[in-house]
Ligand binder design. Structure first.
Ligand SMILES: NC(=O)c1ccc[n+]([C@@H]2O[C@H](COP(=O)([O-])OP(=O)(O)OC[C@H]3O[C@@H](n4cnc5c(N)ncnc54)[C@H](O)[C@@H]3O)[C@@H](O)[C@H]2O)c1
Length: 251
């Protein structure tokens, strides 16, 4: 871009999923101390989740999101027609984040995603509805804590373990399905710590299992899984930070 003489009044236009978004947003934020950018999200994950919230992140070596800024696009243009060409895995990746915000939003939203999950693969009206619902839930959360100092951390539900799964699987497991496994792990730990009762654990598990990847962690991956957990940027000092749950809307 510099070789091509980019000026501060030029705009970058990103057409793609979360990775294109992260790269374009990050580059826009540091280029000439900030140029404007416009985003056309083309994956379910980017349309229902990542397109709002301002975060830009870049991986370093094998570890996720080590560099980043807050830098929203000036405009976001959503068109569900883009989703027609997505693979089943990429649909499930988006559904992982959609399930996450519906779980965060409480029992009614959980029932809603549980009863509409299958239709999301075939009915554009249902997908549109789920995208809108997810963006509204996310908007309400980030408006309370735009720069991720406190409350917004609940959006990281499933992500501590999810990022480690992405990393040890060498990104064979897509982001949203890794987050799905991550939420299940967080719920299991919550159950074992006596924070979460059996019934909500089972109800949440029912919807999470629908969106599981076809991938199992092997025993010999344990050390690299634990190393990846230590790289999570939510960690403070020696401690591992993760979002756990006490049940409906208690994260
Ligand atoms: N910045 C944020 O706030 C934020 C939030 C959540 C996730 N993320 C990041 O987003 C990334 C995941 O995003 P993603 O799921 O969009 O993945 P992605 O950007 O890797 O896209 C997934 C795949 O779909 C292809 N693709 C994109 N649009 C398509 C279309 N319309 N039809 C067919 N194929 C298409 C891409 O080429 C790619 O192969 C992760 O790296 C995650 O960390 C960022």
């Amino acid at each position: 871009l510099l070789d091509n003489n980019i000026k501060r009044n030029n705009k970058l236009i990103a057409v793609g999923g979360g990775i294109i978004q992260d790269i374009t947003g990050f580059v826009s934020s540091i280029l000439l101390r900030g140029v404007e950018w416009i985003f056309y999200p083309t994956t379910l994950l980017a349309q229902s989740d990542s397109c709002i919230g301002s975060k830009t992140s870049i991986n370093v070596d094998d570890f996720k999101n080590q560099l980043g800024t807050f830098y929203p696009p000036q405009r976001i243009i959503l068109d569900v027609n883009f989703l027609k060409t997505l693979t089943l895995t990429d649909m499930k990746s988006g559904l992982g984040e959609i399930i996450k915000v519906h779980l965060l939003d409480g029992e009614k939203s959980l029932e809603y995603i549980n009863s509409h999950y299958e239709q999301a693969f075939s009915d554009p009206a249902v997908v549109k509805d789920l995208i809108f619902r997810s963006l509204m839930i996310k908007k309400n959360i980030i408006e309370k804590d735009e720069f991720d100092k406190d409350y917004r951390n609940i959006m990281n539900y499933g992500h501590t373990f999810g990022h480690a799964i992405e990393s040890v699987s060498n990104y064979e497991v897509c982001h949203g399905q890794a987050v799905t496994m991550g939420m299940d792990i967080a719920n299991y730990i919550s159950l074992k710590m006596g924070m979460l009762l059996d019934e909500p654990h089972e109800i949440m598990r029912e919807v999470l299992l629908k969106n599981y990847p076809d991938y199992s962690l092997r025993r010999e991956q344990l050390t690299s899984f634990l190393t990846a957990l230590t790289k999570d940027k939510k960690n403070v000092d020696e401690n591992l930070s993760a979002i756990l749950t006490e049940g409906w809307m208690q994260y």
